[in-house]
Design a protein around this ligand. Structure first.
Ligand SMILES: CC(C)(COP(=O)(O)OP(=O)(O)OC[C@H]1O[C@@H](n2cnc3c(N)ncnc32)[C@H](O)[C@@H]1OP(=O)(O)O)[C@@H](O)C(=O)NCCC(=O)NCCS
Length: 143
């Protein structure tokens, strides 16, 4: 499910879809998805009628090989995607709240310019802390 959801997040913009094969060959695929679940990865899958329809996951990165939403090596970066047809029903909000509740410390993420998901992130406490390429890095402080 995570591999599918990674492609959903990477291709979030319907005007710029690169597709499954493109992303599976891209180095970021292995960076975000490879070996999941590592010991320090976290993930939650949402199911409807027993079928997976979305997932949130988090992974720690290093300064040498940062994710797009990297803040520090001690702060995991979150990714989230819901299968088309199941969006706008509160599933994403439920997943992100589940991840927040399961994470004892801070969380970061990256959201590309124009992605309306930024409203969801703000509403659960993420704040902009920087820029990387065409995206905003957001941080949710645990306290
Ligand atoms: C972003 C995403 C994970 C949100 O999950 P979701 O289940 O659709 O969102 P929810 O139904 O829980 O809605 C959460 C809030 O975000 C807003 N929202 C989410 N996606 C939105 C969109 N595409 N357009 C407008 N508002 C959106 C909703 O209005 C909602 O606000 P509300 O609770 O005050 O009504 C999901 O839409 C998705 O997978 N999108 C494509 C991939 C993507 O963009 N991933 C994030 C990359 S940073």
């Amino acid at each position: 499910m995570l591999e599918r959801v990674f492609v959903i997040t990477a291709d979030w913009n319907p005007a710029n879809v690169k597709g499954d094969a493109f992303w599976r060959a891209d180095p970021t695929f292995d960076q975000y998805v490879g070996g999941f679940p590592r010991e320090t990865d976290r993930g939650f899958v949402a199911e409807v009628n027993g079928e997976p329809v979305g997932m949130v996951w988090s992974r720690y990165f290093t300064a040498d090989a940062p994710g797009y939403g990297f803040v520090s090596a001690g702060i995991p970066e979150l990714g989230i995607g819901i299968v088309d047809g199941f969006r706008g029903r509160g599933i994403g909000r439920g997943l992100i709240e589940t991840m927040i509740a399961a994470t004892p410390g801070d969380l970061s993420l990256s959201v590309e310019d124009g992605n309306p998901a930024i409203g969801l992130y703000r509403s659960v406490g993420f704040e902009p802390v920087g820029r990387f390429g065409q995206a905003t890095t957001m941080l949710r402080r645990a306290s």
